[in-house]
Design a protein around this ligand. Structure first.
Ligand code: PSV
Ligand code: MN
Length: 437
Protein backbone atom coordinates (compact mmCIF):
# COMPACT_ATOMS: atom_id res chain seq x y z
CA UNK A 1 0.00 0.00 0.00
CA UNK A 2 2.48 2.57 1.31
CA UNK A 3 0.38 5.51 0.17
CA UNK A 4 -1.25 6.45 3.44
CA UNK A 5 -2.87 9.65 2.22
CA UNK A 6 -6.32 8.18 3.00
CA UNK A 7 -5.28 8.31 6.66
CA UNK A 8 -4.69 12.04 6.40
CA UNK A 9 -8.16 12.40 4.94
CA UNK A 10 -9.65 10.51 7.88
CA UNK A 11 -7.60 12.54 10.36
CA UNK A 12 -8.71 15.79 8.75
CA UNK A 13 -12.38 14.76 8.79
CA UNK A 14 -12.28 13.66 12.43
CA UNK A 15 -10.27 16.65 13.55
CA UNK A 16 -12.73 19.00 11.92
CA UNK A 17 -15.61 17.41 13.78
CA UNK A 18 -13.82 17.56 17.11
CA UNK A 19 -12.04 20.91 16.68
CA UNK A 20 -14.51 23.25 18.40
CA UNK A 21 -14.88 21.14 21.54
CA UNK A 22 -11.13 20.50 21.63
CA UNK A 23 -10.28 24.18 21.39
CA UNK A 24 -12.69 25.05 24.18
CA UNK A 25 -11.23 22.32 26.40
CA UNK A 26 -7.68 23.41 25.64
CA UNK A 27 -8.47 26.99 26.49
CA UNK A 28 -10.10 25.99 29.77
CA UNK A 29 -7.10 23.85 30.66
CA UNK A 30 -4.75 26.71 29.75
CA UNK A 31 -6.63 28.93 32.20
CA UNK A 32 -6.46 26.29 34.90
CA UNK A 33 -2.71 25.85 34.40
CA UNK A 34 -2.10 29.60 34.38
CA UNK A 35 -3.70 29.84 37.83
CA UNK A 36 -1.13 27.26 38.93
CA UNK A 37 1.73 29.27 37.45
CA UNK A 38 2.16 27.02 34.41
CA UNK A 39 2.39 28.27 30.87
CA UNK A 40 0.35 26.17 28.44
CA UNK A 41 2.64 26.81 25.47
CA UNK A 42 5.67 25.78 27.50
CA UNK A 43 3.98 22.56 28.56
CA UNK A 44 2.92 21.92 24.95
CA UNK A 45 6.51 22.34 23.78
CA UNK A 46 7.77 19.91 26.41
CA UNK A 47 4.94 17.49 25.72
CA UNK A 48 5.89 17.40 22.05
CA UNK A 49 9.32 16.02 22.94
CA UNK A 50 8.22 12.54 23.95
CA UNK A 51 9.31 9.71 21.69
CA UNK A 52 8.31 6.10 22.25
CA UNK A 53 9.31 3.12 20.12
CA UNK A 54 6.82 0.47 19.09
CA UNK A 55 7.73 -3.23 19.08
CA UNK A 56 7.93 -5.00 15.72
CA UNK A 57 6.47 -8.05 17.48
CA UNK A 58 3.41 -6.12 18.64
CA UNK A 59 1.70 -5.84 15.25
CA UNK A 60 0.59 -9.43 14.87
CA UNK A 61 -2.14 -10.66 17.12
CA UNK A 62 -0.49 -12.05 20.23
CA UNK A 63 -1.50 -15.27 21.87
CA UNK A 64 -1.37 -17.15 25.09
CA UNK A 65 -0.12 -20.67 25.57
CA UNK A 66 -3.73 -21.76 25.16
CA UNK A 67 -4.23 -20.38 21.73
CA UNK A 68 -4.15 -17.54 19.29
CA UNK A 69 -7.02 -15.92 17.48
CA UNK A 70 -5.70 -14.23 14.37
CA UNK A 71 -7.16 -10.94 13.18
CA UNK A 72 -7.76 -10.11 9.54
CA UNK A 73 -5.02 -8.17 7.83
CA UNK A 74 -2.17 -9.20 10.07
CA UNK A 75 1.20 -8.17 8.68
CA UNK A 76 2.77 -10.69 6.32
CA UNK A 77 6.27 -9.59 7.10
CA UNK A 78 8.46 -6.73 8.25
CA UNK A 79 7.41 -4.40 5.44
CA UNK A 80 3.76 -4.64 6.53
CA UNK A 81 4.74 -4.14 10.15
CA UNK A 82 6.57 -0.96 9.27
CA UNK A 83 3.52 0.30 7.48
CA UNK A 84 1.37 -0.45 10.54
CA UNK A 85 3.94 1.32 12.70
CA UNK A 86 3.74 4.34 10.40
CA UNK A 87 -0.02 4.39 10.95
CA UNK A 88 0.44 4.48 14.72
CA UNK A 89 2.96 7.30 14.39
CA UNK A 90 0.87 9.34 11.97
CA UNK A 91 -2.07 9.19 14.33
CA UNK A 92 -0.29 9.64 17.67
CA UNK A 93 2.78 11.66 16.57
CA UNK A 94 4.86 10.16 19.40
CA UNK A 95 6.09 6.83 17.99
CA UNK A 96 8.77 7.64 15.40
CA UNK A 97 10.81 4.47 15.93
CA UNK A 98 10.45 0.71 15.77
CA UNK A 99 12.28 -1.76 17.98
CA UNK A 100 13.10 -4.94 16.07
CA UNK A 101 13.12 -8.49 17.35
CA UNK A 102 15.61 -10.78 15.65
CA UNK A 103 15.17 -13.30 14.10
CA UNK A 104 11.39 -12.83 14.28
CA UNK A 105 11.72 -9.69 12.18
CA UNK A 106 15.13 -10.11 10.70
CA UNK A 107 15.40 -7.90 7.61
CA UNK A 108 16.59 -9.78 4.55
CA UNK A 109 17.99 -6.58 3.18
CA UNK A 110 18.65 -4.10 6.01
CA UNK A 111 19.51 -1.24 3.66
CA UNK A 112 16.22 -1.64 1.81
CA UNK A 113 14.32 -1.82 5.09
CA UNK A 114 16.04 1.30 6.34
CA UNK A 115 15.06 3.09 3.16
CA UNK A 116 11.44 1.96 3.43
CA UNK A 117 11.29 2.99 7.08
CA UNK A 118 12.72 6.38 6.17
CA UNK A 119 10.06 6.83 3.50
CA UNK A 120 7.43 6.04 6.11
CA UNK A 121 8.94 8.57 8.51
CA UNK A 122 10.35 5.93 10.85
CA UNK A 123 13.69 5.04 12.39
CA UNK A 124 14.89 2.16 14.58
CA UNK A 125 15.38 1.89 18.31
CA UNK A 126 17.09 -0.96 20.18
CA UNK A 127 17.35 -4.32 18.45
CA UNK A 128 16.29 -7.28 20.59
CA UNK A 129 18.14 -10.58 20.42
CA UNK A 130 16.39 -13.89 20.87
CA UNK A 131 18.18 -16.77 22.53
CA UNK A 132 15.06 -17.96 24.30
CA UNK A 133 13.75 -20.14 21.48
CA UNK A 134 15.26 -22.61 19.07
CA UNK A 135 14.92 -21.45 15.49
CA UNK A 136 14.45 -23.84 12.57
CA UNK A 137 17.80 -25.24 11.54
CA UNK A 138 19.57 -24.00 14.65
CA UNK A 139 22.61 -26.15 15.46
CA UNK A 140 22.46 -26.23 19.26
CA UNK A 141 19.45 -25.98 21.56
CA UNK A 142 18.71 -23.32 24.16
CA UNK A 143 16.59 -25.72 26.18
CA UNK A 144 18.99 -25.44 29.13
CA UNK A 145 20.00 -21.86 28.58
CA UNK A 146 21.94 -19.65 26.20
CA UNK A 147 24.51 -17.16 27.51
CA UNK A 148 24.48 -19.06 30.83
CA UNK A 149 24.59 -22.54 29.31
CA UNK A 150 27.07 -25.00 30.78
CA UNK A 151 28.30 -25.89 27.27
CA UNK A 152 30.68 -23.27 25.84
CA UNK A 153 29.53 -24.13 22.31
CA UNK A 154 25.95 -23.08 23.12
CA UNK A 155 27.23 -19.92 24.74
CA UNK A 156 29.32 -19.23 21.64
CA UNK A 157 26.26 -19.64 19.41
CA UNK A 158 24.29 -17.21 21.59
CA UNK A 159 27.16 -14.70 21.61
CA UNK A 160 27.41 -14.86 17.81
CA UNK A 161 23.66 -14.27 17.53
CA UNK A 162 23.94 -11.13 19.66
CA UNK A 163 26.86 -9.90 17.58
CA UNK A 164 24.81 -10.50 14.44
CA UNK A 165 21.97 -8.44 15.95
CA UNK A 166 24.40 -5.58 16.54
CA UNK A 167 25.52 -5.77 12.92
CA UNK A 168 21.94 -5.73 11.61
CA UNK A 169 21.07 -2.88 13.97
CA UNK A 170 24.11 -0.94 12.82
CA UNK A 171 22.94 -1.13 9.22
CA UNK A 172 19.49 0.07 10.26
CA UNK A 173 20.70 2.99 12.36
CA UNK A 174 19.88 1.49 15.76
CA UNK A 175 22.01 2.53 18.70
CA UNK A 176 21.29 -0.18 21.26
CA UNK A 177 20.98 -3.90 21.81
CA UNK A 178 18.49 -5.29 24.32
CA UNK A 179 19.29 -8.67 25.79
CA UNK A 180 16.58 -10.56 27.60
CA UNK A 181 17.53 -14.02 28.72
CA UNK A 182 15.17 -16.85 29.53
CA UNK A 183 18.11 -18.63 31.18
CA UNK A 184 17.24 -20.04 34.55
CA UNK A 185 16.18 -23.12 36.42
CA UNK A 186 12.74 -24.51 37.06
CA UNK A 187 13.84 -26.70 39.95
CA UNK A 188 16.21 -26.22 42.86
CA UNK A 189 19.58 -27.71 42.06
CA UNK A 190 19.09 -27.49 38.29
CA UNK A 191 21.50 -24.63 37.89
CA UNK A 192 24.38 -23.33 39.99
CA UNK A 193 23.09 -19.96 41.10
CA UNK A 194 26.42 -18.13 41.16
CA UNK A 195 28.19 -19.85 38.28
CA UNK A 196 25.28 -19.32 35.91
CA UNK A 197 25.56 -15.57 36.47
CA UNK A 198 29.34 -15.71 36.03
CA UNK A 199 28.78 -17.36 32.66
CA UNK A 200 26.23 -14.73 31.59
CA UNK A 201 28.67 -11.97 32.50
CA UNK A 202 31.54 -13.63 30.66
CA UNK A 203 29.40 -14.17 27.58
CA UNK A 204 28.08 -10.63 27.66
CA UNK A 205 31.62 -9.31 27.92
CA UNK A 206 32.22 -10.74 24.46
CA UNK A 207 29.04 -9.16 23.15
CA UNK A 208 29.98 -5.86 24.77
CA UNK A 209 33.37 -5.98 23.07
CA UNK A 210 31.53 -5.94 19.72
CA UNK A 211 29.43 -2.88 20.61
CA UNK A 212 30.07 0.23 18.48
CA UNK A 213 31.32 3.18 20.54
CA UNK A 214 28.04 5.09 20.29
CA UNK A 215 25.88 2.10 21.22
CA UNK A 216 24.37 0.98 24.51
CA UNK A 217 23.73 -2.53 25.72
CA UNK A 218 20.59 -3.05 27.81
CA UNK A 219 19.93 -6.06 29.99
CA UNK A 220 16.34 -6.75 30.94
CA UNK A 221 15.54 -8.44 34.23
CA UNK A 222 12.57 -10.70 34.89
CA UNK A 223 11.88 -12.66 38.07
CA UNK A 224 10.39 -15.74 36.47
CA UNK A 225 8.94 -17.25 33.28
CA UNK A 226 9.88 -19.35 31.47
CA UNK A 227 12.09 -20.51 34.34
CA UNK A 228 9.88 -21.00 37.35
CA UNK A 229 12.42 -21.33 40.14
CA UNK A 230 15.42 -19.10 39.41
CA UNK A 231 15.92 -16.74 36.49
CA UNK A 232 19.59 -15.80 36.13
CA UNK A 233 18.91 -12.07 35.57
CA UNK A 234 15.99 -11.93 37.96
CA UNK A 235 15.97 -8.37 39.24
CA UNK A 236 17.43 -4.90 38.81
CA UNK A 237 20.22 -5.65 41.29
CA UNK A 238 21.55 -8.46 39.09
CA UNK A 239 21.06 -6.34 35.99
CA UNK A 240 23.10 -3.61 37.69
CA UNK A 241 25.85 -6.09 38.62
CA UNK A 242 26.06 -7.02 34.95
CA UNK A 243 26.22 -3.39 33.85
CA UNK A 244 29.01 -2.72 36.31
CA UNK A 245 30.96 -5.74 35.14
CA UNK A 246 30.60 -4.76 31.49
CA UNK A 247 31.41 -1.06 31.45
CA UNK A 248 30.00 2.40 30.80
CA UNK A 249 27.95 1.44 27.74
CA UNK A 250 25.90 -1.12 29.65
CA UNK A 251 22.58 -0.15 31.20
CA UNK A 252 19.53 -1.75 32.80
CA UNK A 253 16.20 -1.94 31.05
CA UNK A 254 13.01 -1.93 33.09
CA UNK A 255 10.11 -3.90 31.64
CA UNK A 256 7.15 -2.90 33.77
CA UNK A 257 5.65 -6.39 33.63
CA UNK A 258 8.82 -8.01 34.94
CA UNK A 259 8.31 -7.43 38.63
CA UNK A 260 6.75 -9.38 41.41
CA UNK A 261 3.30 -8.18 42.47
CA UNK A 262 3.30 -4.91 44.44
CA UNK A 263 6.93 -4.16 43.60
CA UNK A 264 7.59 -0.45 43.87
CA UNK A 265 8.76 0.01 40.29
CA UNK A 266 9.15 3.78 40.55
CA UNK A 267 11.66 3.17 43.33
CA UNK A 268 13.54 0.69 41.14
CA UNK A 269 13.67 3.45 38.52
CA UNK A 270 14.92 5.96 41.10
CA UNK A 271 17.67 3.58 42.24
CA UNK A 272 18.83 2.89 38.69
CA UNK A 273 18.96 6.62 38.03
CA UNK A 274 20.95 7.08 41.23
CA UNK A 275 23.58 4.60 40.06
CA UNK A 276 23.48 6.11 36.57
CA UNK A 277 22.45 2.85 34.91
CA UNK A 278 18.89 3.37 33.77
CA UNK A 279 18.93 2.48 30.09
CA UNK A 280 15.29 2.37 29.16
CA UNK A 281 11.88 0.83 29.41
CA UNK A 282 9.62 -1.77 28.01
CA UNK A 283 6.23 -0.28 28.78
CA UNK A 284 3.19 -2.47 29.31
CA UNK A 285 0.86 -3.19 32.18
CA UNK A 286 -0.07 -6.29 34.12
CA UNK A 287 -2.43 -7.46 36.81
CA UNK A 288 -0.98 -10.81 37.78
CA UNK A 289 2.14 -12.33 36.24
CA UNK A 290 1.73 -11.11 32.70
CA UNK A 291 3.69 -8.47 30.81
CA UNK A 292 1.57 -7.75 27.78
CA UNK A 293 -1.42 -5.55 28.62
CA UNK A 294 -1.71 -2.04 27.22
CA UNK A 295 0.40 0.50 29.12
CA UNK A 296 -1.62 2.43 31.69
CA UNK A 297 -4.64 0.15 31.32
CA UNK A 298 -4.49 -0.99 34.95
CA UNK A 299 -2.08 1.14 36.95
CA UNK A 300 -2.00 4.63 35.49
CA UNK A 301 -0.88 6.10 38.83
CA UNK A 302 2.16 3.86 38.84
CA UNK A 303 3.00 4.94 35.30
CA UNK A 304 2.66 8.57 36.36
CA UNK A 305 4.91 8.01 39.40
CA UNK A 306 7.54 6.46 37.15
CA UNK A 307 7.43 9.49 34.86
CA UNK A 308 7.57 11.75 37.88
CA UNK A 309 10.93 10.14 38.74
CA UNK A 310 12.09 10.55 35.15
CA UNK A 311 11.09 14.20 34.85
CA UNK A 312 12.50 14.91 38.30
CA UNK A 313 15.81 13.32 37.29
CA UNK A 314 15.94 15.16 33.97
CA UNK A 315 15.61 18.46 35.87
CA UNK A 316 18.11 17.53 38.60
CA UNK A 317 21.53 19.19 38.15
CA UNK A 318 23.16 16.33 40.07
CA UNK A 319 21.82 13.78 37.56
CA UNK A 320 22.70 16.00 34.62
CA UNK A 321 26.26 16.33 35.87
CA UNK A 322 26.65 12.55 36.08
CA UNK A 323 24.98 12.02 32.74
CA UNK A 324 24.70 15.17 30.62
CA UNK A 325 22.37 13.45 28.18
CA UNK A 326 19.82 11.75 30.41
CA UNK A 327 17.74 10.02 27.76
CA UNK A 328 16.40 6.57 28.65
CA UNK A 329 14.98 4.68 25.66
CA UNK A 330 11.21 4.48 25.84
CA UNK A 331 9.86 1.38 24.15
CA UNK A 332 6.59 -0.52 24.31
CA UNK A 333 6.65 -4.29 24.80
CA UNK A 334 3.19 -5.74 24.58
CA UNK A 335 1.26 -8.10 22.42
CA UNK A 336 -1.90 -9.76 23.50
CA UNK A 337 -4.81 -11.58 22.15
CA UNK A 338 -8.03 -9.57 22.08
CA UNK A 339 -7.50 -6.06 20.72
CA UNK A 340 -6.61 -4.95 17.22
CA UNK A 341 -2.82 -4.59 17.73
CA UNK A 342 -2.75 -1.16 16.10
CA UNK A 343 -5.45 0.15 18.44
CA UNK A 344 -3.64 -1.47 21.34
CA UNK A 345 -0.40 0.33 20.49
CA UNK A 346 -2.22 3.61 19.93
CA UNK A 347 -3.78 3.30 23.37
CA UNK A 348 -0.43 2.56 25.00
CA UNK A 349 1.31 5.41 23.22
CA UNK A 350 -1.41 7.81 24.36
CA UNK A 351 -1.29 6.59 27.97
CA UNK A 352 2.50 6.85 28.12
CA UNK A 353 2.21 10.36 26.71
CA UNK A 354 -0.46 11.16 29.30
CA UNK A 355 1.67 9.95 32.21
CA UNK A 356 4.61 11.99 30.95
CA UNK A 357 2.60 15.19 30.54
CA UNK A 358 1.02 14.82 33.97
CA UNK A 359 4.50 14.40 35.41
CA UNK A 360 5.51 17.68 33.76
CA UNK A 361 2.82 19.42 35.82
CA UNK A 362 4.17 18.40 39.24
CA UNK A 363 5.07 21.45 41.31
CA UNK A 364 8.47 20.09 42.33
CA UNK A 365 9.48 23.16 44.30
CA UNK A 366 6.40 22.86 46.50
CA UNK A 367 6.89 19.10 46.74
CA UNK A 368 10.46 19.56 47.98
CA UNK A 369 9.30 21.99 50.68
CA UNK A 370 6.57 19.60 51.85
CA UNK A 371 9.05 16.74 51.91
CA UNK A 372 11.53 18.79 53.96
CA UNK A 373 8.75 19.66 56.41
CA UNK A 374 7.50 16.08 56.53
CA UNK A 375 4.09 17.35 55.51
CA UNK A 376 2.86 14.06 54.16
CA UNK A 377 -0.60 15.20 53.16
CA UNK A 378 0.53 18.27 51.26
CA UNK A 379 3.31 16.31 49.55
CA UNK A 380 0.87 13.68 48.39
CA UNK A 381 -1.63 16.35 47.35
CA UNK A 382 1.04 17.99 45.23
CA UNK A 383 1.53 14.80 43.26
CA UNK A 384 -2.19 14.16 43.04
CA UNK A 385 -2.86 17.69 41.78
CA UNK A 386 -0.79 16.83 38.72
CA UNK A 387 -2.13 13.32 38.36
CA UNK A 388 -5.75 14.46 38.66
CA UNK A 389 -5.40 17.06 35.91
CA UNK A 390 -7.06 15.92 32.72
CA UNK A 391 -4.31 16.59 30.20
CA UNK A 392 -6.22 15.11 27.25
CA UNK A 393 -6.44 18.49 25.48
CA UNK A 394 -2.64 18.88 25.66
CA UNK A 395 -2.08 15.43 24.17
CA UNK A 396 -4.62 16.15 21.45
CA UNK A 397 -3.07 19.51 20.66
CA UNK A 398 0.44 18.03 20.41
CA UNK A 399 -0.90 15.48 17.96
CA UNK A 400 -2.92 18.01 16.01
CA UNK A 401 0.04 20.39 15.59
CA UNK A 402 2.15 17.47 14.34
CA UNK A 403 -0.49 16.52 11.76
CA UNK A 404 -1.90 13.74 13.93
CA UNK A 405 -5.35 13.04 15.25
CA UNK A 406 -7.23 14.77 18.03
CA UNK A 407 -8.71 11.33 18.71
CA UNK A 408 -6.41 8.69 17.15
CA UNK A 409 -8.68 5.71 17.75
CA UNK A 410 -11.65 7.42 16.10
CA UNK A 411 -9.53 8.53 13.17
CA UNK A 412 -8.11 5.01 12.80
CA UNK A 413 -11.59 3.54 12.67
CA UNK A 414 -12.75 6.25 10.30
CA UNK A 415 -9.87 5.36 7.95
CA UNK A 416 -11.04 1.72 7.75
CA UNK A 417 -7.35 0.78 7.65
CA UNK A 418 -7.93 -2.70 9.05
CA UNK A 419 -10.51 -3.52 6.41
CA UNK A 420 -8.22 -2.21 3.68
CA UNK A 421 -5.27 -4.31 4.76
CA UNK A 422 -7.51 -7.32 5.40
CA UNK A 423 -8.23 -7.34 1.70
CA UNK A 424 -4.72 -6.58 0.62
CA UNK A 425 -3.05 -9.08 2.95
CA UNK A 426 -5.60 -11.86 2.50
CA UNK A 427 -3.94 -15.23 2.73
CA UNK A 428 -0.90 -13.81 4.53
CA UNK A 429 -0.69 -14.08 8.22
CA UNK A 430 1.05 -13.30 11.43
CA UNK A 431 3.50 -15.52 13.11
CA UNK A 432 2.51 -17.23 16.30
CA UNK A 433 4.83 -15.85 18.87
CA UNK A 434 4.06 -18.70 21.21
CA UNK A 435 3.72 -18.32 24.93
CA UNK A 436 6.42 -15.77 25.62
CA UNK A 437 5.48 -12.18 26.16
C1 PSV B 1 10.25 -11.24 27.75
O1 PSV B 1 9.11 -11.48 28.48
C2 PSV B 1 10.17 -9.93 26.99
O2 PSV B 1 9.74 -8.91 27.84
C3 PSV B 1 11.48 -9.58 26.34
O3 PSV B 1 11.58 -8.19 26.17
C4 PSV B 1 11.36 -10.22 25.03
O4 PSV B 1 12.25 -9.73 24.08
C5 PSV B 1 9.93 -9.96 24.68
O5 PSV B 1 9.25 -10.04 25.92
C6 PSV B 1 9.41 -10.99 23.74
O6 PSV B 1 8.05 -10.89 23.52
MN1 MN C 1 10.38 -6.86 27.55
Amino acid sequence: MNDLSFLDTAVAACNEQLAAAHEADLQALGGQLARRGLDLERVLAQAARLEVAVPSWGFSQGGTRFGRFPIAGEPRGLEDKLQDAAVVHRLTAVTPRVSLHIPWDKPENPREIKRLAGELGLGFDAVNSNTFQDQPGQRLSYKYGSLAHTDPAVRRQAIEHNLECIEIGRQLGSKALTVWLADGGSFPGQMHLRRSLDRVIESLQEVYAGLPANWRLFTEHKPFEPAFYSTVVQDWGTSWMIAQALGPQAFCLVDLGHHLPNCNIEQVVARLIAVNRLGGFHFNDSKFADDDLSAGSLKPYQLFLIFHELVDAAEDPKVRKARPKFAPAYMIDQSHNVKDPIEDLIQSAVEIHRAYVKALLVDRRALAVHQENNDVVMAERTLKAAFDTDVSPILAEVRRRAGGAIDPILAYRESAYRARVAEERAGGGGRDRGVLG
